[in-house]
Design a protein around this ligand. Structure first.
Ligand SMILES: O=C(O)CCC(=O)C(=O)O
Ligand SMILES: [Fe+2]
Length: 331
């Protein structure tokens, strides 16, 4: 893995100030970031009222890199309080930053929540949790979180993923690898664009593993979209061993290429990593959790971007293992 840098998109001081004020205003009105229809409507109204320069700076990912780091927002380390000891304990911790992310997500598209994940919240807390150290979920720590497409098992998955950093004293890196940086043979692309293997729901979803409403659908790993390749990749939840040897070898070469082009992004407080979930897989390096209130703390939001044509049309028929994606704003 390289320590190559991710592109940075600066948010100017006036823009950062405008966003902060908008989020504080909503937080004052509602006293929580728990999303009611009223709060979501208020977020939509507030996002629509942001100035044109800010809205321009907050446009979605628009390069083949498939990611950027938004820099310019501030986090007050004292004001946010201690890092919660797991998402379930987070409640309204640093709620104003939830609202900042909701505003960002609403400018870029439509925020997405899952009934079966983190109590249906639109903004997730990514913190290490005791007892979950070795999982392949955001709550883990001591293991490498393998590169993955977010919510790869589901046809309603995000187009954009936002990871906003509140605290990261040990500079623990998120990893990101873009499919359009990878060099692949035409023969491998031909194999991997065939739907052969399913992607099973990950352990962050309560209930999805017990789904008995149909066979796991086989899905392609790669897709040729109009403007280039996209991917749907989650090796930790893909039964790769079931594939014929030639397909397995191609899948391995893809994994190796993604590792080769991967960059490490050590987010600093206030920075928001925005990845295009169709172009870039992300993961995280292993670390030792502190469990003393000073642990790494990210806020995560998922975004649908209406009208994107980055995925095979056949996805529309998938059952999604009974998991319901909920969009914040009516289309
Ligand atoms: O902790 C990180 O940097 C990324 C974790 C992750 O995969 C996620 O939050 O979706
Ligand atoms: Fe993830």
């Amino acid at each position: 893995m390289s320590t190559g840098t991710a592109p940075v998109r600066p948010l100017d001081t006036a823009g950062a100030e405008e966003l902060r004020r908008a989020a504080e205003q909503i937080h004052t009105e509602f006293g929580t970031s728990a999303t009611s229809p009223g709060l979501l409507a208020r977020v939509a109204e507030s996002a629509a009222g942001l100035s044109e320069p800010v809205r321009h700076q907050l446009r979605p990912v628009d390069t083949d890199d498939g990611l950027f780091v938004l820099r310019g927002l501030d986090v007050d380390d004292d004001a946010i309080g201690p890092t919660p000891a797991g998402w379930a304990a987070a409640g309204d911790s640093a709620a104003v930053h939830d609202i900042v992310l909701l505003l960002l997500a609403t400018v870029m598209g439509n925020p997405l929540a899952w009934e079966g994940q983190q109590d249906g919240r639109f903004v997730h807390n990514i913190v290490p949790a005791p007892g979950h150290e070795t999982e392949q979920t955001g709550a883990s720590s001591t293991v490498l979180l393998s590169p993955h497409t977010e919510d790869a098992f589901h046809p309603g998955r995000a187009h954009l993923l936002m990871l906003g950093c509140l605290r990261n004293h040990d500079s623990i890196a998120t990893t990101a690898a873009g499919i359009r940086k990878a060099e692949l043979d035409e023969a491998d692309i031909a194999l991997l664009t065939r739907p052969l293997l399913p992607i099973l729901p990950d352990d962050a979803y309560t209930g999805a593993r017990d789904f008995d409403g149909g066979h796991p659908p086989a899905v392609p790993t790669l897709f040729r979209a109009e403007d280039g390749l996209t991917l749907r990749f989650d090796p930790a939840y893909t039964p790769v061993a079931d594939a014929p040897p030639a397909h397995r070898a191609a899948y391995q070469r893809l994994s190796d290429e993604l590792a080769r082009v991967s960059v490490a992004v050590s987010l600093r407080p206030g920075e928001v990593l925005i990845v295009d979930n169709d172009l870039v897989v992300h993961g995280r390096v292993p670390f030792r959790a502190r469990y003393d209130g000073t642990d790494r703390w990210l806020k995560r939001a998922s975004v649908r971007v209406p009208g994107r044509r980055t995925r095979p049309p056949a996805e529309a028929a998938e059952h999604g293992y009974g998991q319901a994606a909920v969009e914040a704003h009516a289309a």
